[in-house]
Design a protein around this ligand. Structure first.
Ligand code: SAM
Ligand code: ZN
Length: 171
């Protein structure tokens, strides 16, 4: 867990993961050793913000992206009133990329966000989960996860059929 050193907390570490370059996007996290299914792999930490503040930051992010910057999404839904903005240097889990066939899932346990292994994850595999983005914004988030189940856009699993349908209609 992060500890305070001066004003900036130390980066969250986990015995289960290491950082590395990702084929999906930028940096990623990789299994250091076999991770058994059900393991709490790492905690997703950050700044607790209101929904209004999250909306303001999303607007800023989109403007940045419109201006040619990467515009990564780090805001994570915590509950009906608050989100966690994980865009802080000590949030190691911010490096986890989305996959349409993720090997982990986020779970909120007593107000904290944990990344949990969905299956046994072999050493060296990239840690991924379903970002769970809503279909309404599908075209904003192209997906490069490369999995067999990839629909080409980052959309929550239960709504991917709508992406497939929209793509068929476009053709
Ligand atoms: C929380 S960051 C993930 C870490 C990121 N790779 C980095 O180096 O900072 C989220 C951003 O990574 C990118 N990303 C994550 N998964 C992706 C995917 N499957 N396909 C394309 N881009 C992805 C998107 O830009 C997204 O907004
Ligand atoms: Zn994908």
């Amino acid at each position: 867990m992060s500890k305070k050193t001066g004003s900036k907390p130390r980066a969250v570490s986990s015995e289960w993961v290491r950082r590395g370059r990702s084929k999906i996007h930028g940096g990623g996290l990789y299994a250091r050793k076999l991770i058994p299914a059900g393991t709490r792999v790492i905690e997703y930490v950050g700044e607790r913000i209101t929904k209004a503040e999250a909306a303001r930051r999303e607007e800023y992010r989109l403007a940045q992206r419109g201006a040619g910057h990467d515009g990564c999404v780090y805001v994570f839904e915590l509950n009906r009133r608050h989100d966690i903005d994980g865009a802080v240097s000590w949030n190691t889990a911010r490096l986890i990329n989305h996959s349409c066939e993720g090997n982990c899932e986020p779970e909120i346990i007593r107000g904290r966000i944990w990344i949990i292994a969905l299956c046994d994850i072999p050493a060296g595999d990239e840690i991924t989960y379903d970002y769970g983005f809503d279909f309404s914004e599908w075209q904003k988030h192209p997906c490069r996860c490369g999995s067999r189940k990839c629909v080409g856009y980052i959309v929550i699993r239960g709504q991917r059929w709508r992406v497939r349908k929209a793509l068929r209609t476009k053709r």
